[in-house]
Design a protein around this ligand. Structure first.
Ligand code: SF4
Length: 121
């Protein structure tokens, strides 16, 4: 038996899921095992989501926010939908929409620079 859980609560995901698919603007942008995703996300949106989780072991921590807004789904611009909000964006990002491709075995990302994002700690 399987369970599909749709949530914004990554703490719940960490507790109950084996695999995770991160969606942005109606598309899957990252797919991987939960442990791999939390340890080294391969998409900037996933990375930003993880940085916005409050930590109970850090006092006085300022929560990080993802600047900007998601695109209007009826008017998604060409290129990567996350580009206006992405700290890794380069010229190609506004011209060519990244496909969800395998980055490493068992892991896929829709980012032109997935390996660089994964290795940027
Ligand atoms: S394709 Fe470019 S804009 Fe989109 S997530 Fe990757 S680096 Fe950011």
């Amino acid at each position: 038996m399987g369970l599909i859980l749709i949530t914004h609560d990554l703490g719940v995901v960490a507790d109950v899921a084996d695999d995770i698919t991160v969606m942005y603007a109606g598309r899957a942008v990252e797919q991987a095992g939960v442990l791999e995703t939390f340890a080294s996300p391969a998409h900037p949106y996933t990375k930003a989501l993880l940085r916005s989780i409050p930590r109970l072991d850090v006092k006085g921590q300022r929560l990080e926010v993802i600047a900007g807004l998601p695109p209007v789904l009826t008017r998604i611009p060409p290129g990567c939908p996350f580009a206006p909000r992405c700290q890794y964006a380069q010229d190609i990002c506004t011209r060519q929409r990244p496909e969800l491709l395998t980055v490493t075995p068992g892991r896929a990302s829709a980012c032109h620079f997935a390996k660089e994002v994964m290795n940027d700690v």
